[in-house]
Design a protein around this ligand. Structure first.
Ligand SMILES: Cc1ncc(COP(=O)(O)O)c(C=O)c1O
Length: 340
């Protein structure tokens, strides 16, 4: 099977498994797992932040960040299709008791003016707005890379209004690989940053939330409250650390494969695909020939896995387990599936 459903489907490489098998471990809830400590330190260093805290998922790092930045009754600002709002099971309201004010971005990106337009005057009738969340790259936007000037502009408006900034950087590594801007430069505009190791980097489990010293102390308390305190977590942290050190450089390959895929798709009758809209490893395209769900099933029979993203939309994501040759094979499978 050529699995293009997501970049989360990757399995650990033999070298990564070896690093995991040999990991030194301790009890991370008691704070003495050396591999978790090494991962948290190294991630914080790469992001230019004081400290980091390891958690099982990107959902948890985002939701713990939201909880740590707010109190129940507060309001947060998010992009309407951002993961923390759209795909995290109503976490902000259920876990933090906050309301969500949404901005409809353009492929996930919004402006300083968009934020300014919804700022509330100080008045006892209103919730207290506390946080602006940005997602880079933006998943439902199609792997969009936020221009750094746009981030600086939004951060400037947030700072003037005394709002904190959180970055969902599940795929910050892809943004950096595509733009050449370092993760630390992106992170410098944010009070907290969540990064994932289990997406493009190919580790089996985990995310780090990074930020200032006091913020991470508070975040550790909510990690425990949300059930994210793990014991001999060094086993999985070793996979994440291996991925952080060895798999960032190869992300450009996934981006080139995504370009090859979208360009090949654009040539097929019954598909509308825009190569200019593909900036990283996520390819969204429209199927005009058949309902998307039907094409997904035909492709499965041909040995290619993709996800329907709407009645006529499909998502394919290149990843560590998919080579250029696989992309060519997948394109042949698309042609056959559309021809049937
Ligand atoms: C942008 C973004 N943020 C957060 C997450 C959540 O990560 P996890 O699946 O580890 O909870 C995802 C998952 O795909 C994502 O795409």
């Amino acid at each position: 099977m050529i699995d293009l459903r997501s970049d989360t489907v990757t399995r650990p490489t033999p070298q990564m498994r070896q690093a995991m098998a040999q990991a030194e471990v301790g009890d991370d809830v008691l704070g003495d797992d050396p591999t978790v400590i090494a991962l948290e330190r190294r991630t914080a260093e790469v992001l230019g932040k004081a400290r980091g805290v390891y958690m099982p998922s990107g959902t948890m790092t985002n939701q713990v960040a939201i909880r740590a930045h707010t109190e129940p009754g507060d309001e947060i600002i998010l992009e309407a299709e951002g993961h923390s709002y759209f795909f995290e099971s109503g976490g902000p309201s259920a876990l933090s008791g906050v309301s969500c004010r949404l901005i409809a971005g353009r492929r996930g990106v919004f402006t300083g003016d968009d934020v300014r337009a919804i700022l509330r005057p100080k008045n006892e009738h209103f919730p207290r707005t506390k946080l602006v969340c940005v997602e880079n790259t933006h998943n439902r936007g199609g792997g969009t890379v936020w221009p750094i000037e746009r981030i600086a502009e939004v951060a400037g408006v947030a700072r003037e209004a005394a709002l904190k900034m959180h970055l969902d950087g599940a795929r910050l590594w892809n943004a950096s690989a595509a733009s050449g801007i370092s993760p630390a430069e992106y992170a410098s505009h944010f009070d907290s940053v969540s990064v994932c190791f289990s997406k493009g980097l190919g580790a089996p489990v985990g995310s780090v939330l990074a930020g200032g010293d006091e913020f991470i102390t508070r975040a550790r308390r909510f990690r425990k409250m949300f059930g994210g305190g793990m014991r001999q977590a060094g086993i999985i942290a070793a996979g994440a650390l291996y991925a952080l050190e060895h798999h960032r450089d190869r992300l450009a390959e996934d981006h080139q494969n995504a370009q090859a895929l979208v360009r090949g798709l654009a040539r097929l009758e019954g598909i509308e695909a825009d190569a200019d809209a593909v900036e990283t490893n996520i390819v969204f395209f429209r199927v005009t020939a058949t309902p998307a769900a039907e094409l997904v099933e035909k492709l499965r029979a041909e040995g290619v896995l993709v996800l329907a993203a709407g009645p006529h939309a499909i998502r394919a994501v290149t990843n560590l387990m998919v080579s250029r040759e696989d992309i060519n094979t997948a394109l042949e499978a698309f042609a056959r599936a559309l021809g049937r």
